[in-house]
Design a protein around this ligand. Structure first.
Ligand SMILES: [Fe+2]
Length: 262
């Protein structure tokens, strides 16, 4: 008999990949699970992916866990441009805008974000990828509805409020606002039940026009010890409530709900 699988979503991993797998498999004891990482897996900062995968593959195989990775700003975009090239048996790098069906749930990944520390990284010759931003498409080319959208960045109408930090100059702040407004267009035009994202390193959750949104944070396990940090991990629940809201808002209602169109 085929095992029932659990669908999980996680916040930013930031390169602590073996710690993350230890958390999933040993501490939380997940078995027969799929876990979608909402960006900043921390892939591509060096050439160690083969070595890292060797360190985690046995545990993933033993517990039957598959990791699905959405592109963050702190991920090399190349890994996500050709799924076949870098993906492994238990880890898939998800292509932007490709629909994946995982455990019967349709998931649309849209990776990328503007780095808050873009200028600092450039000034100090730290790794920074020119292709980090969200790649835009014509909204009309997107599906009319999908169960779940997973991103790194968030629509402007979701939490948190965008504020200019001490690391942001005007161009970083404007780029972030533009990205969040682009995601607003998607939130207003694609009928989606759940939207998961990371990037803000804290937990936020709410409901906006029938979309249950969740920002997954980072859990500081031992303050001051970054090696002990791990991302927040939640189980996907297609609750009756969200299904009812979804039906009420969207069924037999084909017109766009984007106020800019009305
Ligand atoms: Fe991050």
């Amino acid at each position: 008999m085929e095992e029932k699988r659990t669908l999980l979503f996680s916040g930013d991993v930031h390169g602590l990949i073996p710690t993350f797998v230890h958390r999933l498999a040993d501490e939380l004891s997940y078995k027969h699970a799929d876990c979608v990482v909402c960006g900043d897996f921390g892939i591509g900062f060096d050439n160690s992916w083969e070595n890292v995968y060797q360190r985690i593959s046995k545990k993933l195989e033993k517990n039957d866990i598959h990791i699905w990775v959405v592109r963050g700003n702190h991920d090399n975009p190349e890994y996500f441009e050709n799924e076949e090239k870098y993906s492994k048996e238990y880890v898939t790098f998800m292509e932007d805008y490709k629909i994946y069906k995982i455990n019967g749930v349709e998931i649309l990944p849209i990776g990328g974000a503007t780095s808050h520390d873009r200028n600092f990284r450039l000034e100090n010759n730290w790794t920074w990828w020119e292709g980090e931003k969200i790649k835009r498409v014509d909204i009309k080319s997107l599906p009319i509805k999908v169960d779940v959208i997973v991103t790194h960045q968030a629509p402007l109408v979701f939490d948190p409020v965008t504020v200019k930090t001490e690391l942001d100059d005007d161009s970083v702040h404007e780029d972030e606002l533009a990205e969040r407004k682009y995601f607003n267009d998607i939130a207003f035009n694609v009928k989606v039940k759940h939207w998961y994202y990371g990037h803000y390193h804290d937990h936020y959750a709410g409901e906006f026009k029938g979309i249950n949104y969740t920002c997954l944070g980072i859990v500081r396990k031992e303050p001051g010890n970054i090696e002990a940090d791990y991302p927040e991990i939640v189980e996907y629940k297609n609750s009756q409530d969200s299904e009812e809201i979804y039906q009420k808002l969207f069924c037999n209602k084909e017109e766009s709900i984007n106020p800019s169109n009305s």
